[in-house]
Design a protein around this ligand. Structure first.
Ligand code: ADP
Length: 634
């Protein structure tokens, strides 16, 4: 029979298993049992859906059979089984997405980490065996198939006999070596311990024939004090308690239990930042076990990312990723919900409209918010780690759905600030506001360093007011959607008129504006098509010029719109502001009287400078360079 080759990725994983020096080889059993349980879940779910499989919940089980004589260990289930094609594709081309991509990124890491932390699947059988046979019969089909492999050279598939549906994995256990004891995997007590340790919560019985001994009945007439004789007998025992972790009491569980469960179930190498375990009764009855991850998955901010929680109905997995349980703004949450209120045979389409599901989703949303707030209050550092990974999503959440979630999210937001130089919340900002400050100020730019140097921030800082530094494209949109916080409006330091000057300053500014009206008009004409107006600035202190925007679209927003693929790209109404107390201004005034041609060139240079300060591209870099050069040559 022709030997078939494993796919490249699978061969890699398989080689890792065969050559692993991992000391906790015992986890292979956890992996096989977990596969068996999944296979039963699938068939049970199908049973509930069409109702005529002739099977009931109590018919399902997993069985473990150690055979010392033949040195084999068998793990058997009566789940959905596999046909020929499924055997080939499932066992010939495994590439555990999570673990293997992790391995690539962190190549030098020991195998140990990946094997221990993630589920590594079926191939882990090769940690204890160099001869693995799988006999499987798919539910509803007549024929059974045998898959066999002795390692990375390849595998064979041929017809086989099997009385009923399900899968049987037969491992020839390796011989002991000087360093390794493999016999333990044929020992019923050891196997029982391994099952208890890793697979206790599996919801189907895991059975094993256990050898026991009992005193024989005394023969008639034996003396009273004769020592009893013992006899051995076998009895089938269910090894697991079948209570899933989320149904247990919090008091029974340690942090390690949660972490181990999270890593195994959600393929995350990191510890979760927070575990939320809640049980609720009343209007809706459910258990939820949720995790806030520490890092965003690599595809988190892409279209490919699928949000959702695992959904169980009375302990049976009915959906791997139920998106309706999480609002988009909390799409980073991983975990599961198990409810008795959901009908077991509800279709996925119906589920979306289910009233109970909506109730649960609403309560989870509140719960997640409360937990995030608690983290912000009590575990600031952790919260900041969280916010660095997922803050962007919260800000998108504020902005999207026409601001429907502003109330939910506003107290969870953080921004860098001029006075704190680190992340701060809006509540903290407003608490620090001096009397008389009427608005919450913000400035936008690519980086904090860049924003600190923006001329537009001068006046506000001069007043002693704190400025929020917005460095992400979504930030300003989010603040604009919020509109205000605790009745204080958000105001960009670059917005048209800040209204920060005293009566006197105002008068002085008006005077200046009047005095230089014609100069400004002339410059405005010279920059026709580039700016809407040229004005005498009320905000500049040391810089000669800056760009600001009239109207609702800021320069930063224009940048964001420009980077989007849409047709209609709103532009900011640009205003060039001039600092009347800067020496450059005197030159402008002089040229206005004496050399207006030169003044036009200078207008172009000033506009270019303002663009550069703002981090925006020059419209004609060559012309700008030529103008500056000619200036230097004088
Ligand atoms: P994973 O379980 O993460 O998908 P595995 O390598 O453990 O990866 O298994 C690969 C696939 O083989 C499974 O997704 C499943 O479709 C199939 N499979 C494994 N074990 C069984 C089993 N006992 N019964 C039915 N199908 C199984």
């Amino acid at each position: 029979m022709a030997q078939k080759q494993f796919k490249a990725e699978s061969k890699r994983l398989l080689d890792m298993m065969i050559h692993s020096i991992y000391t906790h080889r015992e986890i292979f059993l956890r992996e096989l049992i977990s596969n068996a349980s999944d296979a039963i879940d699938k068939l049970y779910y199908q049973t509930l859906q069409d109702g005529n499989t002739g099977l009931a919940r109590q018919d399902f089980f997993v069985e473990i059979v150690p055979d010392r004589e033949n040195r084999t260990l068998t793990v058997r289930d009566n789940g959905c089984g596999m046909n020929r094609e499924e055997l080939e594709t499932n066992l010939g081309t495994i590439a555990k997405s999570g673990s293997l991509s992790f391995k690539k990124e962190n190549e030098p890491k020991e195998d140990i980490d990946i094997i221990g932390q993630f589920g590594v699947g079926f191939y882990s059988a090769f940690m204890v065996s160099d001869d693995v046979t799988v006999i499987s019969r798919k539910f509803g089909e007549e024929n059974a198939w045998k898959w066999h492999s002795t390692g990375s050279a390849g595998y064979t598939v041929e017809p086989a006999e099997k009385g009923s549906h399900g899968t049987e994995i037969i491992m020839k256990i390796k011989e002991n070596t000087e360093e390794e004891n493999y016999d333990e995997f044929l020992d019923q007590w050891r196997l029982r311990d391994i099952v208890k340790k890793y697979s206790d919560y599996i919801r189907y019985p895991i059975r094993m024939e256990v050898e026991k001994s009992r005193p024989k009945e005394k023969p008639e007439g034996a003396p009273e004090d004769a020592k009893p004789e013992y006899e051995t007998y076998t009895e089938e025992e269910t090894l697991n308690s079948m209570v899933p972790i989320w149904r247990k009491n919090k008091s029974e569980l340690t942090h390690e239990d949660y972490v181990a469960f999270y890593r195994e179930k959600f393929f995350d190498y990191n510890e979760p930042l927070r575990v939320i375990h809640s049980s609720t009764e009343g209007a809706s009855t459910y258990n939820a076990l949720l995790f806030i991850p520490e890092k965003a998955p690599f595809d988190y901010y892409t279209r490919e990312f699928e949000k959702g929680l695992q959904l169980y109905a009375s302990g049976v997995l009915i959906m791997e990723k139920c998106p309706d349980l999480l609002p988009d703004c909390f799409s980073f949450v991983r975990g599961l919900v198990d409810s008795q209120d959901l009908s077991l045979n509800i279709s996925r389409e119906m589920l979306q409209h289910d009233r109970q599901l909506k109730l649960i989703a609403g309560r989870l949303e509140k719960k997640i918010k409360a937990e995030l707030e608690a983290m912000l209050r009590d575990e600031r550092e952790k919260y900041e780690t969280f916010f660095k990974a997922f803050g962007r999503q919260l800000k998108f959440g504020v902005y999207s759905d026409y601001g429907a979630h502003t109330e939910l999210l506003r107290d969870l937001l953080m921004f860098c600030s001029s006075s704190e130089k680190k992340l701060t919340t809006l509540a903290e900002y407003t608490a620090r506001m001096p009397e008389g400050q009427k608005a919450i100020y913000y400035a936008c730019g690519d980086t904090v360093e860049h924003i600190e140097k923006l001329p537009q921030t001068e006046l506000v800082r001069d007043k002693g007011y704190e400025i929020l530094y917005l460095t992400e494209d979504v930030d300003e949109f989010a603040l604009q959607t919020l509109g205000k916080y605790q009745d204080k409006p958000f105001q960009s330091v670059s917005a048209g008129d800040l209204g920060l000057e005293t009566e006197e300053e105002k008068k002085e500014a008006e005077k200046q504006a009047e005095e230089h009206k014609e100069l400004c008009a002339f410059l405005g004409e010279a920059l026709e098509g580039k700016v809407k107006a040229v004005r005498i600035s009320k905000r500049l202190k040391t810089y000669p010029v800056c760009l600001t925007a009239d109207g609702p679209v800021s320069l930063e927003m224009e940048k964001v719109f420009a980077s989007m693929p849409s047709e209609n790209k709103p532009r900011a109404e640009r205003v060039l502001e001039l600092n009347p107390s800067h020496p450059v201004f005197e030159t402008l005034a002089r040229l206005f009287e004496g050399d207006r041609e030169k003044l036009k060139t200078y207008a172009g240079i000033l506009y270019g400078e303002a663009l550069l300060i703002e981090g925006m591209p020059l419209e004609d870099p060559a012309a700008f360079a030529a103008a500056v050069s000619s200036l230097m040559a004088q």
